[in-house]
Design a protein around this ligand. Structure first.
Ligand code: G3H
Ligand code: 13P
Ligand code: ZN
Length: 311
């Protein structure tokens, strides 16, 4: 089946009380691992590409890898631009085969965020592509996302109706306490999400799909494997899975996961290299990294997202 938009997926997820995993892809092994896990469990899928991924692997390679995944399965798969910084990058992905884009104007003043999101939505909708925007700012540091904790701010529920009405976007990412990366809370700090904000937003936007960024759980198994095999990841803390399950049952239809994939891949590679220091064939250690990513994605679909059997 060709690439799909998220329209139908989100409608079903909203009505069914589950969420779709949006997994960041950067190379072939990650695409394969995610797709195989989703195919085994018959789960719909969003594969998303950041600006950093496009810089690393190049647009055409990533699009072709995702097209290869389509040939291997009959899953509904959406190809999404993650954190599009401006109209131009969104346009280039809309013109370049993506079925969904995020325009991330969350660090702009409200009116400027509306203006750019509206412009992207008009262009995208003309071409049959759907658009995600963001209100509120998440903390976190990644290659192309860099917001310190002081500059982060929760979404203000009283802004969401006006934002969605005036922009025409199809889904909205909100800030309720998640953050990007593997260090989401300080050591000793109790993980906390503002479900009251999520509830208020959902009441104001009935039937409208909400997105959670920064939703990796930093599963201890993979951190422990990394640390046991020469890595040094102290104090990595993610979002507890019971909170994500609660979010998935609500208006949250898309849950973004990147850091957990990175940790799983790294764990597999480190474990392999520690056990076989004589190996230098990438196919050997990447096979183990890919297996851990597949295991992780299966776990997310079954135990967190609730999207098993929904394809
Ligand atoms: O939200 C950001 C994603 O984890 C992408 O990270 O920009 O390092 O590819 P990246
Ligand atoms: P994590 O860093 O929690 O995996 O978040 C990924 C994300 O939000 C991608 O947009
Ligand atoms: Zn994000």
């Amino acid at each position: 089946m060709p690439l799909v938009t998220t329209k139908d997926m989100f409608q079903k997820a909203y009505d069914g009380g589950y969420a779709i995993g949006a997994f960041n892809v950067n190379n072939m092994e990650i695409v394969q691992a995610i797709t195989e896990a989703a195919a085994d469990l018959k789960s719909p899928l969003i594969l998303q590409v950041s600006a950093g991924a496009r810089k690393y692997a190049k647009h055409n390679y990533l699009v072709k890898l995702v097209e290869a995944a389509l040939l291997e399965t009959d899953l509904p798969i959406a190809l999404h631009l993650d954190h599009g910084a401006d109209f131009e990058i969104c346009k280039s992905c809309i013109d370049g085969g993506f079925t969904s884009v995020m325009i991330d104007g969350s660090s702009l003043p409200f009116e400027e965020n509306i203006a750019v999101a509206k412009k992207v939505a008009e262009y995208a909708h003309d071409k049959g592509v759907v658009v995600e925007a963001e209100l509120g700012t998440l903390a976190g540091i990644e290659d192309d996302v860099n917001v310190d904790a002081e500059s982060a701010s929760y979404t203000q529920p009283e802004q969401v109706e006006e934002f969605v009405d005036r922009t025409g976007v199809d889904s909205l990412a909100i800030a309720i306490g998640t953050s990007h990366g593997a260090f989401k809370f300080k050591p000793g700090q109790k993980p906390m999400l503002r479900f009251d904000i999520l509830d208020e937003v959902s009441k104001r936007l009935p039937g409208f799909p909400i997105v959670l960024h920064g939703a990796s759980s930093v599963i201890p198994k993979y951190v422990d494997v990394i640390n046991a095999n020469g890595g040094k990841l102290d104090d990595a803390i993610g979002i507890p899975e019971d909170m994500l399950r609660q979010a998935a049952r609500s208006a949250v239809c898309k849950i973004n996961i990147d850091s957990d994939l990175r940790l799983a891949l790294t764990a597999g590679i480190r474990e392999h290299m520690a056990a076989h220091p004589e190996h230098f064939d990438p196919r050997q250690y990447l096979t183990d990294g890919r297996a851990y990513v597949k295991e992780l994605v299966s776990h997310k679909i079954k135990e967190v997202l609730g999207s098993e059997g929904k394809a």
